[in-house]
Design a protein around this ligand. Structure first.
Ligand code: SF4
Length: 320
């Protein structure tokens, strides 16, 4: 899909299981393999609880998998500790769904933006005002907001402050975890435009997690689709509505509402709720919801395989 020499971070065989009641295990991620390419945005999409946020936390070293490794600059970041881990935070930043929850409400906007810069000795205290104003302008907010508190701002403005804080350290990678999900649609659009603009200007590598496949494909260069802890398809975002092959990806696309929709036609969607991650199949996890399921799907789990030039699918329809 992209040049392999541009891979800057690679997750290999990431698996994570959580203990659950009755001695069972909840599988959040199973053998996930994904690459981030320099200056490109990976979209990670799937229903709530599919494991996408758990996986992205491993990429920013906020949590550790049970198995697997994440290679960044030649090192497995799942093994980093102490000062090495602290230094990694300069290069890989994260923007959360609810910025208010990650801000100290007693801190002014300028303190929030400049805290990482001061922690890493990038600026002196006397330069804080100027730095905050510069980054506020970068995220298209008035520099005069530097003296406000986050509770005096709208959700969209707070998310822009979170982005300003994330870009201040000039990281190589930023992960956005459902960063627009709590915003009104009109505000969501402006934040997506800002993220796209910053990505292009600064050539930042991004990971964008979202449950909305239309939104993900509008911001990402390539999209990975996750279902019950497994990646079921990876494909370029351009033309995704035509090229997607996996029945689950197709179901996500067909369930998207659009103003130009022909409502005389039946809206296709997945009829049932996802099964419990505590009761995953030995075959394909999607087989109880898939209208194309075959006998083999119940007994053999499909493996992610390359289909065509730049697409991978885990489905017996395409891999046998
Ligand atoms: Fe459907 Fe079988 Fe493909 Fe799973 S492997 S998505 S059940 S056709």
């Amino acid at each position: 899909m992209f040049d392999e020499k541009d891979v800057i971070l690679e997750a290999k065989h990431i698996t994570r299981r959580f203990p659950a009641a009755g001695g069972k295990k909840l599988t959040a991620c199973e053998d996930v393999n994904l690459k981030l390419y320099k200056g490109k945005t990976l979209g990670l999409v799937g229903e709530s609880g599919c494991g996408k946020s758990t996986f992205m936390k491993f990429l920013v070293a906020l949590d550790k998998p049970d198995d697997g490794e994440i290679i960044y600059r030649g090192k497995d970041i799942t093994k980093l500790k102490g000062e090495e881990l602290r230094q990694l935070r300069q290069n890989i930043q994260m923007v959360f769904q609810d910025p208010a929850a990650s801000f100290n409400p007693k801190m002014k906007v300028k303190d929030i933006i400049c805290e990482p810069l001061l922690n890493f000795g990038k600026i002196r205290k006397k330069d804080k005002d100027a730095a905050a104003r510069k980054y506020l302008e970068m995220v298209e907010l008035s520099p005069d907001m530097a003296d406000r508190y986050p509770h005096n701002m709208s959700g969209g403005q707070r998310q822009r402050v979170a982005i300003a804080r994330a870009i201040a350290l000039e990281p190589e990678i930023i992960i956005f975890d459902e960063a627009t999900s709590q915003l009104d649609v009109s505000v969501q659009k402006t934040i997506i435009e800002l993220i796209t603009k910053l990505q292009m200007e600064k050539q930042i590598t991004m990971g964008f997690i979202c449950h909305d496949i239309a939104l993900v494909s509008s911001v990402a260069h390539y999209v990975a689709v996750m279902y019950l802890g497994k990646i079921v398809e990876i494909l370029p975002s351009e033309g995704l509505e035509k090229t997607a092959k996996h029945p689950y990806t197709r179901a996500l696309i067909n369930a998207v509402f659009d103003l130009n929709m022909d409502f005389s036609r039946k809206i296709e969607s997945i009829e049932s709720e996802p099964p419990s991650p505590l009761e995953v199949h030995k075959g394909c996890n999607f087989c109880d919801r898939c209208d194309r399921a075959m006998e083999i799907c119940r007994r053999e789990a499909p493996v992610l395989k390359t289909v065509g030039d730049d697409q991978m699918v885990a489905c017996h329809l395409y891999t046998k």
